[in-house]
Design a protein. Structure first.
Length: 68
C-alpha cells in the first residue's frame, strides 16, 4: 500500500487463469473520504488493473511508490 497523490494504491497477487503456471499482479487506486464527522471512512475505486503476469512461485518482495 502507498499514498499516491492523496489516494491509496494497493498491489496484490492472484493465481493466474488456466494451467496454474502463472500468477497475476494487480493494482488498484482508491480515493478515501471521511464521513459522519470522521467516524466513517468511505472509499471510491478509481481503477483496478492487472499490471503483470509472472511465473507461478514468484512473489512481490519489495514494493515502493516513486514519482517521475
Amino acid at each position: 500500500m502507498a499514498n499516491v497523490g492523496g489516494k491509496l494504491v494497493v498491489v496484490w497477487e492472484e493465481k493466474g487463469k488456466g494451467s496454474g503456471k502463472e500468477m497475476e499482479i494487480w493494482c488498484a487506486e482508491i480515493g478515501l473520504e471521511k464521513r459522519e464527522g470522521g467516524r466513517e471512512l468511505w472509499g471510491n475505486i478509481g481503477w483496478v488493473e492487472k499490471v503483470r503476469t509472472v511465473p507461478s512461485g514468484s512473489s512481490i518482495v519489495h514494493c515502493m511508490a516513486i514519482a517521475v
